[in-house]
Design a protein around this ligand. Structure first.
Ligand SMILES: *Cc1c(COP(=O)(O)O)cnc(C)c1O
Length: 362
C-alpha cells in the first residue's frame, strides 16, 4: 500500500483505517454473499441487515429515544436547508441563530420557503463566538429554532445546546455529529451529512422526532417529504447503499474499537488541546479565529503573524505528511480538521511542527 498522509481536510475527510480496510476486503464479495454492496438490491435481505445495523449502531451510540426516526437521505446537508422549512414552517416563521457561513446559508435557503427571523447574528464580531441564552431574541411561536452546532469554516462550536423552551430545536451537526454524546431528547431534528465525521459523501443522517414527521407538510413532492421518507424507512427510492454501508462500518468502529462516544470525546478533547496549547503558548505568533470559550474541538482555525509565510508553512507541513491544512478563503490562515478518525499521533505531529515553525520564524 502507498503511504497514507495525515489528512486535515474539512470534508470529505479522513475515515477510520479499520473501516476502510473492511470495505476494501469486502469490495468484491460481502461475506457469504458473493457480491459487493455496490451490486446488491436495496430490497435484499443483505442490504436490509446493513441499513438496520447502521441505524441500531446510531441508536446505541447516541441513545436515540424510540419516539425518534433515523432517516438516511440524499442531497447532502444543503437539501436539509430547504427540506426543514418546506416540511415544518406550516405558515409560521422560524428563528435562525447565525454563527457562521453554514447557518447563514441555511437561513438564505429557508427564506425561499417562507418567513424567518434572525434570533442572533454574530456578524459584529466576524463570527468568532457563540451566543449565551440571554442574547437570543426568540419568538415563542416559532415553528422551530435552527442552529449549527459546529461552524466548520470559522471553527466555532456550541459547548452545549441553546435553551429554546418548548419550540422544536433543529440542529445542523454535519461537522460534529458523533464527536460526543448529546441529549437527543432536546432536539426536534438533529442531522448531519456524512462526509465530515461519519462516512463518505452521499448520505445525510436525519434524526427526527415522531411528532415533527406527523406535522410535516402534506402535498410535497414525495422525495422532499419527511413523511414519505419515514414511511418508506429510507427505502422509498434507492438509497445511497454504499454510503450507508460505510456509516455502518464507521459506527462499528466507534462502538467496538473506540468504545463509545464518551471515550471518543475524551480523545477529541485531548487532540484539540494539543493544538490550542501551541497557539496559546506561542506569544501571539499563532492567533486563533474563535474566542477561547467557543473554540471547536473538530476544526481548529489559526493564522500566522504574516500571510506571506503561509506557503512555506504549507510546504514544510506537507514534507512531514501533514496535508490539506489551508484555511477557507473567507477566514484565511489555516484549518486543521481533527475529526473522530484523525489519529492523535497526526495531531501530535502537527503540534510539534507548529512549535518548530514558530521557533524558526518568530
Ligand atoms: C459541509 C457542511 C455543510 C454542507 O454539506 P453538503 O453535504 O455539501 O450540502 C452544511 N453544514 C455544515 C455545518 C457543514 O460542515
Amino acid at each position: 500500500m502507498e503511504k497514507r498522509v495525515y489528512n486535515f481536510s474539512a470534508g470529505p475527510a479522513v475515515l477510520p483505517l479499520p473501516a476502510l480496510e473492511i470495505a476494501q476486503r469486502e469490495m468484491l464479495s460481502l461475506p457469504g454473499v458473493g457480491m459487493s454492496v455496490l451490486e446488491v438490491s436495496h430490497r435484499s435481505g443483505t442490504f436490509t441487515k446493513i441499513i438496520e445495523a447502521a441505524e441500531a449502531n446510531l441508536r446505541k451510540l447516541l441513545g436515540i429515544p424510540d419516539n425518534y426516526q433515523v432517516l438516511f437521505l440524499q442531497g447532502g446537508a444543503q437539501l436539509q436547508f430547504a427540506m426543514i422549512p418546506m416540511n415544518l414552517l406550516g405558515g409560521k416563521s422560524a428563528d435562525y441563530i447565525l454563527t457562521g457561513s453554514w447557518s447563514k446559508k441555511a437561513l438564505e435557503q429557508a427564506q425561499t420557503q417562507g418567513k424567518c427571523r434572525v434570533a442572533y447574528d454574530a456578524k459584529a464580531s466576524n463570527y468568532n463566538c457563540i451566543p449565551q441564552t440571554s442574547e437570543l431574541d426568540l419568538d415563542p411561536n416559532a415553528a422551530y429554532v435552527y442552529y449549527a452546532s459546529n461552524e466548520t469554516i470559522g471553527g466555532v462550536q456550541f459547548p452545549t445546546e441553546p435553551e429554546v423552551g418548548d419550540v422544536p430545536l433543529v440542529c445542523d451537526a454535519s461537522s460534529d455529529f458523533l464527536h460526543k454524546k448529546v441529549p437527543v431528547e432536546k432536539y426536534g431534528i438533529l442531522y448531519a451529512c456524512a462526509q465530515k465525521n461519519i462516512g463518505p459523501a452521499g448520505v445525510t443522517v436525519v434524526v427526527i422526532r415522531d411528532d415533527l414527521v406527523a406535522k410535516s407538510a402534506d402535498g410535497l413532492a414525495a422525495m422532499l417529504s419527511y413523511k414519505t421518507m419515514a414511511e418508506g424507512k429510507s427505502l422509498y427510492n434507492t438509497p445511497p447503499c454504499f454510503a450507508i454501508y460505510m456509516v455502518k462500518l464507521v459506527t462499528d468502529w466507534l462502538l467496538n474499537d473506540i468504545g463509545g462516544l464518551d471515550k471518543m470525546y475524551e480523545l477529541n478533547q485531548r487532540k484539540a488541546k494539543l493544538l490550542y496549547d501551541v497557539v496559546d503558548e506561542s506569544d501571539g505568533f499563532y492567533t486563533s479565529h474563535a474566542l477561547p470559550s467557543c473554540r471547536s474541538v473538530m476544526n481548529v482555525t489559526f493564522r500566522l503573524p504574516n500571510d506571506d509565510m503561509n506557503p512555506t508553512f504549507l510546504e514544510q507541513a506537507s514534507q512531514r505528511g501533514l496535508e490539506t491544512l489551508k484555511g477557507h478563503r473567507s477566514v484565511g490562515g489555516f484549518r486543521a480538521s481533527i475529526y473522530n478518525a484523525m489519529p492523535t499521533e497526526g495531531v501530535q505531529l502537527l503540534a510539534d511542527f507548529m512549535r518548530e515553525f514558530r521557533d524558526a520564524n518568530k
